[in-house]
Design a protein around this ligand. Structure first.
Ligand code: ADE
Length: 350
């Protein structure tokens, strides 16, 4: 891809880009982020394969292959990229596709990298065509092509970029273009966490934040965190506040359940939006199938929120089903809401 960059002087090669260099020790929030594989709970198969790739790259004294992580939000894709950088002993620059709108954004960031560094691009499925085509030769052969100057005096410049590793993250692997996906040497899906794993994440967070909580308390929060560490880490802070204000106490199972009920998070972690979605399909569309656009419009939410935030867990928990004609509520979904499907009601009167 040739980029006609008349304004290449505007390309920012300094470090003050949209990219953030993570200093994992600086912010309070980042203090609960694990920094090593030993600290990183869950995703055990993924950790094992990644450790091998890292050790091999270190032995060969080369940078690690480009990696793509996909899966629902909150499962630790950015955290994992930080762990990989730390384990490799290299710097990481973090950005997201919407921040790379103009050619000079992506060129600037590529030119600012040093050999071995990791570039993390979140929401990589949202990269535009031009940015993607700048990335291809950079990922494959570590150069970018640029045309400088005005029409008559244009000059083609082939600029080398240091050997870097791109880590892309996406909630929608299917939306990534084929050519971009093919340039990643390592592609992995992050899985939802088990209750046990979430309890370990919560115990670690509680220790770091000096929150006193017993095993029942950990279990109550883990059960309602829909398999997602980001949710678990958010809920423990709300439960801590509730325990302190209402009971002036540490967290136990009873207090945690009370606090989560108040937050309208049910026994399996569904919030009011999830329940409204299920109810809508059942009550207005007789259990479905119904299209995602119709669901989103009826709930006054955007399709992306429904698809990326709500749906993955409802699907994984088997509460809704995806069919070619739209979404349906499963028998489990009906049972959870204590609603008897119409067909069964009819059969009662047969
Ligand atoms: N915090 C968020 N994700 C985590 C994980 N996988 N392990 C430990 N702490 C976490």
């Amino acid at each position: 891809m040739i980029i006609n960059s008349d304004d290449d002087k505007n390309i920012n090669t300094s470090n003050q880009l949209d990219a953030k260099e993570i200093d994992f020790d600086k912010s309070f929030e980042s203090s609960i982020r694990p920094k090593t594989f030993d600290d990183y709970i869950g995703q055990s198969e993924l950790k094992e394969t990644l450790s091998i790739s890292i050790e091999s790259a270190k032995k060969r004294e080369q940078s690690i292959d480009h990696m793509l992580f996909y899966g629902p939000p909150g499962l630790g894709k950015t955290t994992l990229a930080g762990v990989i950088a730390n384990e490799m002993g290299v710097n990481i620059k973090i950005t997201s596709a919407p921040a790379l709108e103009r050619p000079r954004d992506i060129i600037g960031i590529l030119m600012s990298l040093k050999a071995g560094e990791i570039l993390f691009i979140d929401e990589i499925h949202r990269l535009n065509k031009v940015a993607e085509e700048i990335l291809y030769p950079a990922m494959e052969d570590f150069f970018i092509d640029m045309m400088t100057g005005k029409s008559q005096g244009t000059k083609n410049l082939r600029i080398p970029v240091p050997k870097f590793t791109l880590i892309g993250a996406t909630t929608k692997a299917g939306s990534l273009s084929g050519p971009l996906r093919d340039r990643f040497g390592i592609i992995h899906r992050l899985e939802f966490y088990t209750i046990q794993e979430l309890m370990q994440v919560l115990a670690r967070t509680a220790k770091i934040l000096d929150i006193k909580i017993d095993k029942d308390g950990l279990n109550a929060i883990a059960r309602r965190s829909r398999g997602t560490p980001r949710i678990a880490n958010r809920l423990i802070k709300r439960v801590r506040d509730y325990a302190l204000v209402r009971y002036d106490s540490d967290i136990n199972g009873t207090i945690a359940n009370e606090a989560l009920d108040l937050l309208k998070i049910d026994q399996v972690g569904l919030n009011s939006m999830d329940r409204n979605l299920l109810k809508l399909i059942i009550e207005k569309y007789d259990g479905g199938p119904v299209g995602i656009e119709t669901i989103a419009a009826a709930l006054c939410e955007d399709v992306k929120t429904i698809e990326d935030v709500c749906e993955p867990y409802l699907l994984q928990a088997g509460l809704i089903l995806r069919t070619p004609r739209g979404r349906k509520v499963s028998p489990e979904g009906y049972r959870l809401l204590n609603i008897v499907p119409n067909t069964m009601q009819a059969s009662l009167f047969d």
